[in-house]
Design a protein around this ligand. Structure first.
Ligand SMILES: C[S@@+](CC[C@H](N)C(=O)[O-])C[C@H]1O[C@@H](n2cnc3c(N)ncnc32)[C@H](O)[C@@H]1O
Length: 286
């Protein structure tokens, strides 16, 4: 689709703009989201996207940055039906979502699948920032014996998560919970988990002690996500490791960084990174 779009657009807009479009739109279900709202001819581009891909019913563009606890942004209609809700398919799962009221990124699909491949039979997972349930549902579909406690503070995301759990028939494996994951862990989920997911870079460091306290006494795995500024030859994943090591050392945890990698660039010299951390011994106070 992107190749055909490039061909069509090359007649309609300048080369420089074409490059921007090519790398900057996401498709969520039947909605395309063009990221560059500074794009001239945005409506032209939007109409061409719909002409090239007949499954696209709506084209939107962000008019604010992703902000607030819910990690959401305002979107403006460029072409097609005026709507923000859709149904997205990924890894054999179905996700209903409102792209304006909930966080959703189709760019995480590889990571959802990668994590699902790591989960072992019978594991208990705590997903601290679950959104509409993507990680938990892909995990439950891959490893049916899992129990995944899936927490989110956004009531609309949790409503969608509840619906997605039903549609994907994982009611016995995925348990949506509305609330601040710090409070939920402290009151209900201490010492239960084999694996904790922290897919919210903005809060991961602050919430790391709660992730540790959710793990079973024997330890387990933490998947830690970060945004890292790494100009020049700096290694973004190594910078994340240094930051997290300092925090874990200060808490007295014993750990191994089993895997670290850069998931994707997120801006000039900015990267999203992930660490798979094996906690081999919890701090004494836990
Ligand atoms: C980056 S999104 C998660 C994406 C999701 N895991 C996925 O794969 O699509 C972060 C989520 O964390 C939620 N959130 C923010 N602060 C929170 C908190 N203190 N406790 C629980 N959820 C929180 C937001 O509402 C948002 O849905």
């Amino acid at each position: 689709m992107r190749k055909r779009l490039r061909e069509k657009l090359s007649e309609a807009i300048p080369q420089e703009q074409l490059r921007k479009v090519y790398n900057s739109f996401d498709i969520v279900g039947d909605i395309a989201i063009i990221k560059h709202n500074d794009l001239q001819n945005a409506e032209v581009v939007a109409k061409q996207i719909m002409a090239v891909n007949r499954n696209i019913k709506t084209v939107l563009t962000p008019i604010s940055r992703i902000t607030g606890d819910f990690r959401v942004r305002e979107l403006k209609l460029l072409a097609g039906e005026n709507k923000t809700n859709t149904t997205h398919r990924e890894s054999g799962c179905i996700f209903k979502v409102d792209v304006e009221k909930c966080y959703f990124s189709p760019r995480l699909s590889h990571e959802h699948k990668r994590l699902a491949g790591l989960v072992q039979l019978g594991e208990v997972v705590v997903n601290m920032f679950a959104g509409v349930g993507c990680f938990s549902i892909v995990i439950a579909k891959t490893q049916s014996q899992t129990k995944a406690y899936s927490i989110d503070v956004n009531p609309i995301a949790v409503q969608y998560m509840e619906e997605n759990v039903k549609i994907n028939q994982v009611c016995n494996s995925v348990f949506p919970i509305l609330g601040d994951s710090k409070d939920i862990i402290q009151t209900r989920l201490q010492g239960v988990a084999d694996r904790v997911l922290m897919p919210l870079p903005e809060k991961a460091l602050e919430y790391l002690p709660y992730a540790l306290s959710a793990l079973k006494k024997t330890g387990g795995w933490i998947h830690y996500y970060d945004f890292q500024h790494a100009p020049g030859k700096e290694n973004p994943a190594e910078k994340t490791k240094m930051k997290v090591a300092q925090k874990l050392d200060s808490m007295g945890a014993t750990y191994v960084f089993a895997n670290s990698r850069v998931m994707r660039p997120t801006g000039p010299n900015w990267y999203q990174t992930v660490l798979d951390i094996q906690i081999t011994a919890l701090p004494n106070k836990f």
